[in-house]
Ligand binder design. Structure first.
Ligand code: NAP
Length: 299
């Protein structure tokens, strides 16, 4: 009876729109946080193809859905359908969180908060240094913005499988943020080794190594890391990717994507509920869940 009464007219709905959506850990994280905080909210996944996005946004207003996370491939495409977009999300060109306040939809990019939280302890080392970023998608945009605005890095190398996309990002940030010390490269292993060796901070913001493809992760990267380097992988499932394992075995300081995932989720949670998310408990639960999922199970 308690369960039947749990969701009623007072229940506020939050969702995540993406396509596909089945690998998202956001429903698990937020429903757990709502439960721990005893909040009358529910978080649901919505699998919406690109052709249905405009109608889905109208539906949010019509149904009074209180908020959303936005993931691949909608982070850029949702922006014209919103009423307001934060200054940061506007520069980055991507929204990952929407708040519905009395029918007015506002977009934010809380990936920035996740990146700041992850790199906060390394500000002095990162300032004025050379940084190499793999990937040129939506996540790379947030990383580049955050490194320029909040960490005052000296030089950025963008490396991407499709070199043209790295070039486009380079041109974009040169103009948008007046940052000229930025170069674009294709993902060519010998060049990558040289870039890695010169870099204080190396970030994987591509999908390389993401579950379920983790076994192939970073096999092209060998013996490229050094003791005083910081290596950050945005991929959060598995928690320790092969990229991080190789970097750690060569003495680098490694940072996993789960901390960023929780920090970005925590900021979204605050925007929707005005409450703090219990980050430590959530980290422990999600880590345990993912390690269980990525470990081959015996019968
Ligand atoms: P996206 O916009 O789809 O971009 C994907 C990027 O990965 C592109 O640069 C793509 O290269 C590259 N890529 C994909 N498969 C590859 C492969 N097999 N070999 C080499 N490059 C490959 O995705 P996104 O939003 O930027 O997300 C990227 C990753 O960051 C995902 O794993 C996502 O889960 C993670 N992420 C984590 C957090 C967090 O909180 N920890 C937040 C946001 C994103 P091409 O341009 O050549 O296609």
């Amino acid at each position: 009876m308690q369960l039947l009464n749990k969701f009623n007219h007072n229940t506020k709905i939050i969702g995540v729109v993406g396509h596909p959506i089945k690998h998202s850990f956001s429903p698990l994280m937020h429903n757990l946080a709502f439960q721990l905080g005893n909040l009358e909210y529910i978080y649901l996944p919505f699998d919406v193809p690109v052709s249905g996005l405009k109608d889905a946004v109208k539906g949010i207003k019509a149904l009074g859905i209180k908020g959303l996370n936005v993931t691949i491939p909608h982070k850029e495409k949702i922006m014209p359908f919103l009423d307001n977009v934060s200054e940061e999300a506007g520069i980055i060109g991507a929204v990952n969180t929407v708040v519905n306040e009395n029918g007015i939809l506002s977009g934010y990019n809380t990936d920035v908060n996740g990146i700041i939280e992850t790199l906060n302890g390394f500000r002095d080392e990162i300032a004025d240094s050379e940084v190499t970023i793999i990937g040129a998608g939506g996540a790379a945009r947030s990383v580049i913005f955050t490194l320029i605005r909040y960490f005052k890095v000296g030089k950025i190398n963008i490396v991407n499988r499709t070199e043209q996309k790295a070039e486009t990002l380079k041109d974009y940030f040169t103009v948008k943020m007046f940052f000229e010390n930025i170069k674009a490269y294709g993902l060519v292993p010998p060049d990558l080794t040289n870039l890695f060796k010169r870099s204080k901070l190396i970030i994987n913001s591509s999908s390389i190594g993401m579950f379920p493809e983790k076994e192939d992760s970073a096999t092209f990267i060998q013996e490229s890391f050094m003791k005083d380097q910081i290596v950050f992988d945005l991929v959060y499932n598995p928690v320790k990717t092969n990229f991080l394992k190789i970097a750690e075995s060569q003495g680098a300081t490694v940072l996993n994507g789960l901390r960023m995932f929780i920090a970005q989720g925590s900021r979204s949670f605050e925007l929707w509920t005005g409450q703090e998310m219990p980050n430590k408990k959530i980290y422990k639960t999600l880590k345990g869940y993912m390690e269980g999922e990525s470990t081959p199970k015996s019968k």
